[in-house]
Design a protein around this ligand. Structure first.
Ligand SMILES: C[S@@+](CC[C@H](N)C(=O)[O-])C[C@H]1O[C@@H](n2cnc3c(N)ncnc32)[C@H](O)[C@@H]1O
Length: 239
């Protein structure tokens, strides 16, 4: 049966909202050169929160798989999920070149990935949830909660606005200002502008109640000084 046809007409088209750049061949080719996902540090952090060789890990919006590949040797199974065919192809190439056997790659998104058979111990997501508008973030968080075992950890790192509404103009301008036209080694100003204009980062004071409403407790939260980067350790509470 065609799974696509069974989806309701009101479901968000995650590929259409995946971000222009993530469907752009040149961007995907240069991605690892301009974005260091600090995967080794993230894996170390998660080891201190229980990641071990028995763990099942799901990476939602995995991109080129920097985290998924770094986690592979330290856990049992990694499922790397992304809606972008170009990102998945890049990850597949890297995985196969490194001869890594326990990373599966899923053509799915936050709203469509069906996890089975064992519940996940850890769900990871970096710089991806902001592609969903707020209603759909809540739906995605519910689905993340459902794939985790009780007590499991959701590591969420995203662009989120940690300032008050009255500061927004000044903060956004300050965030964009240091960036020039260069897209190879760094993000260009127009890419920063595109993020704010076309994507769905939200205020941390809107995001955090979503966690609590969908069955997570906030174990730790770190915010960058510029107010644009939020990193959470969330625990799946008992149903
Ligand atoms: C900025 S990249 C981040 C990639 C990786 N997590 C990292 O930190 O390097 C965002 C990724 O999210 C993916 N993405 C966008 N919307 C998505 C969705 N609804 N479900 C799953 N992945 C999505 C994009 O295709 C892209 O690969």
């Amino acid at each position: 049966m065609d799974g696509e046809r069974t989806r309701p007409g009101w479901l968000l088209d995650e590929l259409a909202s995946a971000g222009r750049e993530n469907l752009d061949h040149a961007h995907v080719e240069r991605y690892d050169g301009k974005m260091d996902a600090r995967a080794a540090e993230e894996v170390e952090l998660l080891r201190s929160w229980g990641l071990d060789t028995s763990s099942v890990v799901v990476d939602l919006g995995c991109g080129t798989g920097q985290f998924a590949l770094a986690a592979a040797s330290l856990c049992r199974r990694v499922v790397a999920v992304d809606v972008s065919p170009l990102m998945r192809a890049r990850l597949r190439l890297k995985r196969d070149q490194a001869d890594i056997k326990n990373v599966e790659i899923a053509d799915a998104g936050f709203l469509t990935y069906n996890h089975a058979p064992d519940p996940a111990d850890i769900v990871y997501s970096r710089y991806a949830l902001h592609h969903l508008p707020d209603f759909w973030k809540v739906m995605a968080l519910r689905r993340v909660r459902a794939m985790l075992r009780p007590g499991g950890i959701f590591r969420l790192w995203d662009v989120a606005y940690h300032f008050s509404p009255g500061e927004a103009d000044e903060r956004v301008e300050a965030w964009c200002a240091p960036h020039g036209d260069e897209v190879d080694g760094d993000w260009a100003r127009w890419e920063m502008e595109e993020h704010v204009r076309d994507e769905h980062s939200t205020f941390t004071w809107l995001l955090e109640p979503m966690f609590e409403r969908t069955g997570f407790s906030i174990e730790a939260a770190d915010y960058s000084d510029d107010g644009f980067d939020a990193r959470y350790l969330l625990r799946a509470t008992s149903p």
